[in-house]
Design a binder for this molecule. Structure first.
Ligand code: GCU
Length: 698
């Protein structure tokens, strides 16, 4: 264990009297764990730490079923362990998807036994973490009979780390965790990190930034240190990566690399990277062979092409199918995948319309080993956006949902902002409310989460962790990493269930602690939406300059007029039939709902419509008055976060209490700044004062 790093939700604090400690002791203080695979060593280590913490005594580990004791824990596959085969429905276990597991409390030769089993060793790791989570939360185990499997096969964290420089694009937790030159020395840290990921079911890590800038082609994000990641594909670098891959493998986590589309030229010395050129095809195939020789379970390549200055198939007169498929053909023989990002933009006045226009015509043409990775919204990780119209409308394409774990536009880990409710909103969005697509959903159409279940689909989260001892820069931002993994594993989980789990494991289960933490988390996103956008669907009111710390952080509503549409007559953007037709990209029922300001959900109103400042909304208030009120409400909410957190004084450790308290203090100040900047902006354009005389500000 690394003393200086926080244990996050793997604290394994001693459980209190309200937990069924007696049955925990009986069933867990002796453990018979099968041996062999590297994953099983991880299971044993975790049991020592977990049970050792929760019960105050490490379990005794056996090489055979202990007959002399009054109960034990058995961890293994049915093939390897007779006691397991005797205790479970082996057919049902065999049918579980990769990563799935079964927990069962039963009796064996007259004594209580708790079984953790799975068809694969990876599943045993997840099952062990799931059991320890139950114990840490003080939940009963005597009637356990639970089958779990991941909803989607690939649950990947995308690091935007710039290797060699150790900087992290949009990272707010210090330097990169990954130091490619220093693998052996950092083994412990990688192991701690892999534990965190694995404990929530994340099974893949993209090590480097999607902006893998090449020297001859500085990207639009040059100021972000986007740098040199492409070099990781060089043969000697791949040699360096192999040991890192084996650390992660113990925890069921596979490595991926983000690659530059121009690599055949920059790295391979070819005179083109044209995906239709046979020499390029061969180069990628050989490169893939090289990677798999060193890392047999390598996950695949992530590609950002033709976007923000990155090279791509358009440079060669080819299209995104040509581009993705040449990589897919290289990886498919090794069971690897290409994650091809749909975040392609540059040619359109309003970015919102571009993705669907680019990718809808390509539906059905991608190779089976391609996953199209689509951001949740059509713009860019704003505090709130509509769900991208790509979801549900490319039935022949495997989709990966891309979410942002890091808080780029939500306060950059200075502000608390819990993303789980936002992600739930996305996952539950019904892409086919009329059920015309024949839906795989629950009868009323196909929700985003239903689109992610099949083979080839997945979820990617743009990472947050860095070298800061808290891993995420803000202790409360750990909840986003936790929630991302849990939702990727099971998108049916409710926000409340995830909050309970995280809070219970991180701060404790008693109501005097859990309730304030929960209140703070649950009110944080609504607060951020209110004061950074005014709550009616406006976006991109953040500063977009080059000074790193302020970029996408500080208020600058005047900066991108195209995004707010503010003028003397009104505010908002006509992304509707009267305007650029973005709303019409959705299936008819959704398009109709968004296209009419009367039926468009209020929280997205100005995203879809340019409306007069004095237009009345459903409750009789005008647009501008509602914007004012929401900005003030945002500050009130931020103040409530701060007050509510104070209730924890003396009830949690001082370090975490003070760290969060100080940040919430700053959040209140920043919220006021945001409010003032936005209300001035609304007033300057509308000339309409606030009914409550708060604006104009004197
Ligand atoms: C955002 C972010 C960039 C990043 C881009 C992407 O625009 O600000 O830093 O490069 O997303 O997703 O590729």
């Amino acid at each position: 264990p690394l003393d200086e790093y926080d244990d996050c939700w793997l604290r394994y604090d001693r459980v209190g009297d309200d937990a069924p400690r007696e049955s925990y002791r009986r069933r867990c203080l002796h453990a018979y764990v099968s041996t062999g695979a590297p994953e099983l060593a991880a299971v044993r280590d975790e049991l020592r730490r977990g049970i050792g913490g929760i019960l105050g005594r490490e379990p005794h580990l056996w090489q055979h079923p202990p007959r002399s004791v009054d109960g034990f824990l058995a961890v293994g596959t049915p093939e390897e362990m007779e006691v397991v085969a005797d205790s479970v429905d082996t057919d049902a276990v065999a049918e579980l998807a990769d990563g799935g597991f079964h927990l069962r409390a039963t009796e064996w030769e007259g004594s209580p036994v708790l079984v953790v089993t799975a068809p694969t060793d990876r599943g045993l790791v997840y099952g062990t973490f799931a059991l320890l989570r139950r114990l840490a939360l003080g939940r009963p185990i005597d009637d356990l009979d639970r089958f779990e499997e991941p909803a989607t096969p690939d649950r990947v964290i995308d690091h935007w780390d710039n290797p060699f420089r150790r900087s992290v694009e949009r990272g707010y937790a210090g330097p990169s965790l990954i130091d490619v030159g220093e693998l052996p020395a950092l083994r412990d840290r990688y192991e701690e990190y892999a534990r965190l990921l694995s404990s929530v079911g994340i099974n893949g890590v993209v090590l480097n930034n999607v902006n893998t800038e090449i020297p001859s082609r500085p990207s639009a994000n040059a100021a972000m240190d986007a740098f040199a990641g492409w070099q990781l594909l060089a043969t000697d670098r791949l040699d360096d990566l192999a040991p890192l891959a084996s650390v992660f493998r113990r925890y069921g986590v596979r490595l991926y690399l983000s690659v530059n589309f121009g690599a055949p030229e920059t790295l391979g010395g070819l005179d083109t990277a044209d995906p239709t050129d046979p020499a390029v095809e061969e180069w990628w195939a050989e490169k893939a062979d090289e990677v798999y020789e060193r890392i047999p379970d390598f996950g695949g390549f992530l590609v950002k092409a033709d976007s923000e200055g990155q090279p791509g198939p358009y440079d060669y007169g080819a299209d995104h199918v040509d581009g993705a498929n040449v990589l897919a053909r290289a990886l498919a023989p090794h069971s690897g995948r290409v994650w091809w990002r749909a975040f392609v933009y540059g040619s359109h006045a309003d970015r919102a319309v571009q993705q669907y226009e680019t990718f809808a015509p390509l539906d059905g043409a991608f190779h089976d080993a391609v996953t199209l990775q689509v951001k949740n919204g059509p713009i860019d990780f704003q505090p709130r956006e509509p769900v991208s119209p790509v979801f549900g409308q490319l039935p022949e394409t495997d989709l990966g949902l891309e979410l942002q774990i890091t808080g780029e536009y939500t306060g950059q880990h200075v502000h608390a902002c819990y993303h789980v409710p936002m992600w739930k909103e996305v996952l539950e969005f019904d892409t086919d409310p009329e059920g015309v697509g024949g839906g795989e959903g629950d009868g009323d159409g196909t929700r985003v989460k239903d689109l992610l279940r099949g083979p080839g689909s997945g979820i990617a989260g743009v990472g947050a962790p860095g070298e800061d001892p808290s891993w995420t820069g803000h202790y409360l931002a750990q909840a986003n990493l936790y929630g991302f993994g849990r939702l990727a594993w099971d998108p049916d989980l409710s926000t409340e269930a995830i909050t309970d789990e995280w809070t219970g494991q991180t701060f404790g289960t008693g109501p005097t602690v859990a309730e304030p933490v929960t209140d703070v988390l649950h009110e944080s996103w609504p607060a951020v939406i209110d004061y950074t956008t005014g709550g009616l669907g406006l976006l991109h009111m953040m500063y977009n300059g080059e000074a790193r710390l302020e970029n996408h952080y500080d208020p600058a509503p005047e900066e991108w007029p195209g995004y707010t549409g503010a003028s003397a007559d009104g505010i908002g953007v006509d992304r509707n039939a009267r305007g650029n037709g973005y709303a019409q990209q959705y299936p008819e029922a959704i398009a109709a709902r968004y296209d009419d300001p009367e039926t468009c959900p209020e929280e997205l109103l100005l995203f879809f419509h340019h409306l007069a400042w004095d237009r009345e909304l459903a409750d009789g208030r005008t647009v501008v008055q509602t914007l004012y009120d929401n900005c003030f409400r945002g500050v009130a909410r931020a103040e409530r976060l701060r007050e509510r957190w104070r209730d924890l004084d003396g009830r949690i450790d001082d370090r975490r209490f003070r760290h969060v308290a100080e940040r919430l203090e700053e959040q209140v100040l920043q919220a006021r700044r945001w409010r003032d900047s936005l209300v001035d902006f609304f007033y300057d354009h509308s000339g309409i004062p606030d009914e409550d005389c708060r604006v104009p500000r004197t």
